[in-house]
Design a protein around this ligand. Structure first.
Ligand SMILES: [Zn+2]
Length: 334
């Protein structure tokens, strides 16, 4: 899973939960709530301890003859180098469906998830070991799941553990910790409007104790229904993506929802999770009011369609249309 690029920004650690707060180099708010736990940090503290990061560690290499969907590139836009992702190559047709951006009628994130040697840009959603109070809850009152010092452990109870799901319940940090769907938000957008779209392309990252020998199933709420994966053997560090989930095989005992979009259960063995982290893929879409391009657009022989990973705020082809290959400076490598 590739992280995403945020460009020049400030960074500080949350004094409550310890996660990194990426912040714009200039922002208007007096207090900045931590995107993860909600703790407000006064501006004075941010300025006192912030470190300016001059972009990410990037390397500009000569453009290969063939650029591919999903490549991160630097392009010359209004005399400035800008880092964006290629969403359309010559001949591709870009269209929309319910504000989704589609490339030749497919979602880009689905194309990349299925392609070898490609990864989907991801954003963090939840780091459970950083929370005093977990957002995960066992479905059963008599459960084999217990949590201690930020770590979840599962030892099979005497009864069957078939429905002993551990379910993630999302909360809106910017809306008084109400139960909420995971939104198309980016931690650095502290000054943006929070009227954002719902996202459901998620992944779970499990770091496991060496004494743990477990096989798990993960359930995702995706496209409005609950889907589960086949059993996955948990290694020291395992990532399970929603595209590994097939259509639900008769799990009527588990009903996920947009506010509770993920669950995990142990199908065999004993589990001891040091970390239980959630991520989501960057989902490319149009903005209801800002993006005036007329779709579908079929790209010409030298045209590329480029979009930034900060989908709610990025200025890109959705605003200024396709770019010419002569504007591309090179591919960015992390
Ligand atoms: Zn925090």
């Amino acid at each position: 899973m590739a992280p995403t690029f945020v460009g020049a920004h400030l960074e500080m650690n949350c004094t409550e939960c310890g996660v990194t707060l990426p912040l714009p180099t200039e922002f208007r708010r007096h207090e900045v709530p931590c995107w993860h736990c909600g703790k407000p940090h006064p501006r004075s503290l941010v300025q006192g301890e912030a470190v300016t990061v001059e972009g990410d560690l990037i390397k500009i290499v000569p453009t290969p003859t063939e650029l591919q969907l999903g490549d991160i590139i630097a392009a010359n836009i209004d005399e400035q180098p800008r880092v964006k992702r290629i969403l359309g190559t010559p001949g591709d047709t870009i269209s929309i469906e319910s504000l989704r951006l589609l490339v030749n009628t497919q979602r880009l994130e689905d194309i990349l998830a299925a392609a070898p040697n490609k990864s989907v840009a991801t954003l963090p959603v939840d780091y459970d070991s950083h929370r005093k109070q977990s957002r995960w809850q066992p479905q059963l009152s008599r459960s084999g799941w217990t949590r201690s010092e930020g770590k979840w452990r599962f030892t099979p109870p005497s009864a069957s553990n078939a429905n002993d799901w551990l379910i993630y319940h999302h909360q809106a940090v910017y809306d008084q910790m109400r139960a909420a769907a995971v939104m198309d938000d980016v931690p650095i957008n502290v000054d943006e409007s929070r009227r954002m779209a719902f996202v459901d392309r998620m992944a779970i990252g499990i770091t496991s104790n060496a004494h743990s020998h477990a096989t798990v199933e993960v359930a995702f709420f995706i496209d409005g229904e609950t889907r589960t994966t086949n059993p996955v053997i948990i290694g020291e560090s395992t990532i399970i993506r929603c595209d590994q989930a097939s259509v639900s095989h008769g799990n009527a005992a588990l009903e996920l929802a947009d506010v509770a979009p993920m669950a995990v259960r142990v199908t065999s063995g004993i589990a001891s999770f040091d970390e239980l982290n959630l991520f989501r893929s960057v989902e490319y879409r149009l903005r209801k009011y800002d993006d005036q391009s007329v779709f579908p657009i079929t790209l010409g022989p030298t045209e590329y369609y480029i979009v930034g990973d900060n989908v709610p705020a990025s200025v890109d082809s959705r605003n200024y249309g396709p770019i010419a290959d002569s504007q591309i400076l090179g591919i960015i490598e992390p």
